[in-house]
Design a protein around this ligand. Sequence first.
Ligand code: NDP
Length: 281
Amino acid sequence: MQVRPFSFTGRKIPVIGQGTWQMEQDDRRSCIESLRKGLGAGMNHVDTAELYGSGRVEEIIREALGERRKEIYLVSKVLPQNASRKGTVRACEASLKRLGTGHLDLYLLHWPGDHPLEETIAAFEELKAAGKILAWGVSNFSVEEMEEALSIAGEGKMACNQVLYHLKERAIEHHVIPWCEKHGVAVVAYSPFGSGDFPEENSPGGKVLSEIARARGATPRQVALTFLVREANVFTIPKTAHAGRAIENAKAGDIALSGEEIDRIDAAFPKGKPRPGIPYL
Ligand code: NDP
């Protein structure tokens, strides 16, 4: 598994981590097994949120990985409606309790909301000073919203922006990824398989993925994940409730695509034009 520096945090994390959205709807034992096997295969970046199953997913993570807390890079998120100065601190403490840990490695604002960003950032800094989080970041932020966060916090404070990114949705490549690169902010790609909308094997793009995969003894999903993390500041967090799939996803972190393979995928899944109507792209 390739690991890379995660922005300015001083931490190196795997290019492929583990998502957990909607795990409360899956078989609990299967999720636990999947998270454990995923960790064993090197995916120690574990992403969750107070939103997921209204806290139940954080409890699943505690059960799965609690004893191995030190090994994981644990990330959770505060809901925008809770992200006032006091509300953020309260939400973080509740997440820590459900996760059975004294600190989060990274805490994110799930998406921009109505509470002034100054308040949320002040709460993040307070949590950091108290050792309850080691770093903070944002999610679903446009360039303009990241500019605002930067103007409040200054450089070297916002560790990442977690955003939608998969082969059929490459809009962040226009502005978000370059901006993050310039400001030393990591990009964490969510829904890397399109949340269940992965290209069909017999579609034109699916055929390209299959051909590249076959030639490498890999799977189309591994090829897709590898494409998404081809830039040095991009990481991704596929979710699975199946241990075998977790291992499959983790193995993508061992692959490096050639320039020619990247060009073929790029042509098969065009990134399209910027779409200013979509706020965080
Ligand atoms: P993904 O794009 O990761 O796709 C998940 C789906 O793919 C599930 O149906 C899963 O099925 C299936 N899958 C995973 N691996 C394989 C495999 N190797 N073979 C076949 N099927 C597979 O979707 P998510 O939307 O869950 O995104 C990933 C994570 O990103 C989330 O879990 C969450 O942590 C984060 N996220 C953050 C958001 C934000 O606003 N910040 C928004 C959305 C997601 P199964 O589980 O049955 O194996």
